[in-house]
Design a protein around this ligand. Structure first.
Ligand code: CS2
Length: 509
């Protein structure tokens, strides 16, 4: 049975010493720490969604930029749903450790640029107030796909979403990130319209444009003047973010404390690799992220497309087929040669040819690196974690690629197998008959459709293909795709994931 990463209470330091500003000097020498004056840093960035990914990615770039070039670019983090990160970080002066893990060992670094964390429900007007505050010049976002309250197939605001219905009715006390941005930007406009950048860091195609459209969909229902100002003066650059960041576990917290010689209740673990490609379009300056390796380009779309289709597409494929095959972690899946061969073949034959970067970028090296990254045995990245929210992820990870292959008459067999594995997974029962708790905003609807189809693979496939928010109006009528999904699902249900992967892969056992 899948469980969500457990919300932990603030951890009491086992040996009475906890990470704090005054204890930085007593950290072991091999633990890197901020070289700038953390206590005097003022904040220019508001971040919505202060989970592990942000702390291991954008905050790391910001920390390095501050060390190299300074600036008023501290981060106020915000969490809209859970107080845990705020509680744990507050007890340690907002400091935390980033641990890069690989088979070569672990590298520790204490990050200092997060200077405050707001838990939105404590004071519903605080976040809109920060968006309006002229000292805040960039709002970064990692709110996940579903946090956009949009229709994943069309990329437009879902005005029937309960959080959006709430926020349209209670504009000063929003509960969704989109409601926070809308109220805050309207307020900022009334205060004189100081320029600001909203930088999306979510795994969505054209994430800046998507965010802009959703925010405008919302504000234009309420305020024509603010809408025009946002259209004209607010920058929404696109960005491609990449770093594998598994959920923090209690064992990892204990190990980190042992290395530091003091407790850290909120460390994050990640792979050594990181990448950030950003559209160079900022309304009011930015930290010197380039010194930390961020790449600034005119057009992020081809990089986003490459990452979403090759990395995230393969990730989802391995997560569903791996989970069904009884593997807990991605690195374990990568020890099965059939799965690896399926991933390589899918990337090479069915994904890479669809990319705008084909022929202009070393895509073969990118693919080989992905195999190496996924196989990192020091990263406990659960299949179940990646499998969450599939209805929000499939369109950009697998379905856009499938559409391109349909149009060009290219193969799509392995991509269809990945879609069928998702269908098998959302049915809610694993191959041993145990329940799968499916975390997905559409979980209930999907389960109903599977049950109504009465265990018949073709009926299940047809019924799920009919969910327009995921598959649009076109894919259910694409005969070649439909046939492949039907036969892949039939194989998964009859023979199980491992045997099916064995058949689909070209690996010689
Ligand atoms: C993963 C991503 O959980 C998931 O769905 O595919 O979080 C993935 O690890 C990151 O996008 C890597 O940059």
């Amino acid at each position: 049975m899948i469980t969500r990463p457990v919300a932990r209470p603030a951890v009491e330091p086992a040996h009475g010493r906890q990470l704090s500003l005054s204890r930085l000097p007593s950290l072991p020498r091999e633990v890197a720490q901020p070289s700038y004056d953390v206590a005097r840093l003022s904040c220019g960035i508001l971040h919505l969604g202060i989970g592990a990914f942000h702390r291991a990615h954008q905050a790391v770039y910001t920390d390095a930029a501050l060390a190299a070039a300074g600036g008023a670019w501290g981060i106020v983090g915000a969490s809209l749903r859970q107080p845990g990160v705020r509680d744990r970080l507050r007890a340690q002066d907002w400091l935390y450790t980033v641990v890069e893990r690989s088979s070569a060992g672990a590298r520790h670094r204490v990050v200092g640029c997060v200077r405050d964390v707001v838990f939105a429900p404590d004071d519903p007007s605080r976040l809109p107030g920060l968006v309006a505050d002229p000292r805040i010049r960039i709002v970064t976002l990692t709110i996940t796909e579903k946090g956009h309250c949009h229709d994943p197939a069309s990329g437009r605001l879902n005005s029937m979403h309960p959080d959006i219905v709430h926020d349209l009715a209670h504009r000063q006390a929003p509960i969704s990130a989109i409601g926070v941005l809308a109220a805050g930007l309207q307020h900022r406009y009334r205060l004189g319209g100081a320029p600001i950048t909203l930088l999306s860091c979510d795994n969505l195609p054209q994430n800046g444009r998507t965010l802009r459209r959703i925010v405008l969909d919302f504000v234009s229902r309420l305020d024509a003047d603010a809408t025009r100002w946002i259209e004209r003066d607010v920058a929404f650059p696109c960005s491609m973010v990449d770093r594998i960041v598994p959920a923090t576990t209690d064992g990892f917290i204990r190990d980190t404390g042992a290395t530091l010689g003091m407790a850290d209740a909120a460390p994050v673990q990640c792979e050594p690799f990181r990448q950030w490609v950003i559209e160079d379009m900022f309304a009011a300056g930015r930290p010197a992220w380039h010194v930390a390796g961020a790449e600034f380009v005119d057009d992020v779309a081809p990089f986003e497309e490459m990452k979403l289709r090759l990395l995230n597409g393969s990730h989802s494929m391995l997560a569903y087929l791996g989970y069904l095959g009884g593997y807990e972690y991605i690195w374990q899946v990568m020890r099965d040669p059939h799965y690896v061969s399926l991933m390589r073949d899918m990337m090479r034959d069915e994904v890479a040819p669809t990319l705008a970067l084909a022929g202009k970028y070393d895509l073969a090296a990118y693919q080989a690196k992905l195999v190496e990254r996924f196989a990192n045995p020091a990263l406990p990245h659960r299949c179940a974690q990646i499998a969450m929210d599939g209805s929000q992820k499939l369109p950009q990870r697998l379905l856009a690629t499938i559409r391109a292959n349909l149009a060009a008459g290219r193969p799509l067999r392995r991509l269809a197998l990945a879609v069928a594995a998702w269908m098998r997974f959302v049915g809610g029962t694993d191959e041993r008959g145990n329940a799968i708790v499916v975390h997905d905003p559409l979980a209930e609807l999907l389960a109903k459709r599977v049950t109504a189809a009465g265990g018949r693979p073709h009926a299940i496939a047809d019924s799920l293909l009919g969910v327009a928010a995921v598959f649009g109006d076109d894919l259910p009528h694409a005969a070649r795709f439909k046939d492949e999904v039907r036969s892949a699902l039939a194989a998964l249900m009859a023979d199980g994931a491992r045997a099916t992967v064995g058949r689909y892969s070209m690996a010689v056992a």
